[in-house]
Design a protein around this ligand. Structure first.
Ligand code: ZN
Length: 247
């Protein structure tokens, strides 16, 4: 009997410490798991604390240098899937979509949403922000951020919201094929700067493009997102000596 217990404890100990490790790397937006503590949760997240080129930022629009960066969208009509990963609603697509930035091609990996907006523009916070995450062949990350303001939303967004998964980890396929380019503003005028992922591990070297024109989200959709995900915006980080370009 006693040997049985010792055996059981010996068996459970590594399992418990493994669960402990998992707990430490768990992160969120509130309390001890919140953004001010991300860098201390595990050493993999240290950059959240020590990084000098972090995102999001408050974008000052006065006196920016003007450049002629070319951004071309090559988004094709695709089936869409969305998942509630516990931090956001993340959407993936089945057909190849990419953007060309100065003739360099970046494939679209996924897009997701933050509430309220993570980036501020001249101190202004928007109700939501969409992030389209891209990666080139060498692994460089390009994120296109689109501000969302209140108004009548595009039919594709309305469809995404109709199927918003409440349950964490559940993958839902959307019963329409959609061209994502339609959701975005026709004008690709944007700010660009060098930053980081806005979630742990906060890795730097991310090329950020923030479109100057917002898209619309309805009050009803905003409420639904709030109820399922809630506040998932990292506070703005110091700009430091970084330069922001207007393109
Ligand atoms: Zn994001």
């Amino acid at each position: 009997m006693r040997i049985g217990w010792i055996f059981l404890i010996a068996l459970l100990t590594p399992l418990m410490s493994y669960a402990g490790e998992q707990d430490r790397s768990h992160w969120g937006y509130l309390g001890i798991e919140g953004p001010e503590h991300w860098g201390m949760l595990t050493k993999e997240y240290m950059t959240c604390e020590t990084g000098s080129k972090q995102s999001p930022i408050d974008i000052p629009t006065k006196g920016l240098s003007h450049h002629q960066e070319t951004l071309d969208f090559h988004y094709r009509t695709s089936e869409l899937h969305e998942i509630n990963n516990g931090h956001t609603i993340q959407v993936s697509h089945t057909t190849g979509c990419h953007v060309d930035l100065n003739q360099r091609s970046y494939n679209l990996r996924q897009f997701h949403f933050h509430e309220p907006s993570e980036h501020h523009i001249d101190g202004k916070v928007f109700p939501m922000e969409m992030h389209l995450v891209h990666q080139d062949k060498s692994g460089h990350i390009l994120v296109i951020a689109v501000m969302m303001e209140m108004g009548k939303e595009h039919l594709i967004l309305k469809n995404l919201w109709n199927w918003l998964p409440e349950q964490i980890g559940k993958d839902v396929s959307i019963p329409i094929r959609a061209s994502l380019r339609e959701i975005l503003p026709a004008d690709t005028e944007h700010y660009s700067y060098s930053g980081s992922l806005t979630t742990p591990p906060c890795s730097e070297g991310v090329h950020w493009i923030v479109l100057t024109n917002p898209i619309k989200i309805s009050e009803e959709s905003l409420k639904k997102f709030s109820a399922i995900i809630g506040d998932n915006a990292r506070p703005v980080q110091p700009l430091g000596n970084r330069h922001i370009e207007k393109n």
